[in-house]
Design a protein around this ligand. Sequence first.
Ligand code: FPP
Length: 215
Amino acid sequence: AIIMDGNGRWGVKYKNSRNAGHREGLNTVEKVIKSSIKQNIKYLTLYAFSTENWKRPKKEIKYLFDLLETFLINKIEELHKKGIKLKIIGTKNFSKKLNELLKKSEKKTQKNKKLQINLALNYGSKNELINTFKRIKSKKITENKVKNNLYTKDTPDPDILIRTGGKKRLSNFMLWQLAYSELYFLDKLWPDFKPQDLRKILKNFYKVKRNYGGI
Ligand code: FPP
């Protein structure tokens, strides 16, 4: 799972525009998808828009969603051919047009098996947990019942969390699911993240012994 932070700073630094950073960030997304397939990763969860991101200027929000729309319109066929299953996690309360496009993209790719991409859009982990608890009707709440009612019910918990951009925080991202994940915080801004960085992290990850509280 990846918190793709640092687009805005990258854009301001190199192009004098936060939105230019988002554009470049999307290029990194495409490279990371290709690299994930090469590395035989089966699930990739990307934090693209949080429930808190609505606080941003309207123009930036519009730019981000226009970017997503264009991306899906132009690339969904290619993703489909590569065997990618796209799943949106979060509440779909966007424009009617985008909601439809998201649903159509999910439906088209739902049987694909090569790589599942969970795109977190209007996603907040606390919100997800509240909805989960509300859905569990019985008084007896168990770990399995919670797991089976999360947006990520069909996804194993992430082995790895990567956050770029230099901040060491989770920003309301997958609080339940990350309980035992290995955490990697990088100073690099997201548009500067390279497939080589992913390979390095994986190499390190495979060396880590995971005890899950045991010894
Ligand atoms: C965080 O950087 C990034 C986002 C809030 C948006 C993530 C979007 C992309 C990577 C591109 C679009 C992706 C798709 C799938 C269309 P920030 O803006 O918070 O950076 P900052 O901390 O430097 O301000």
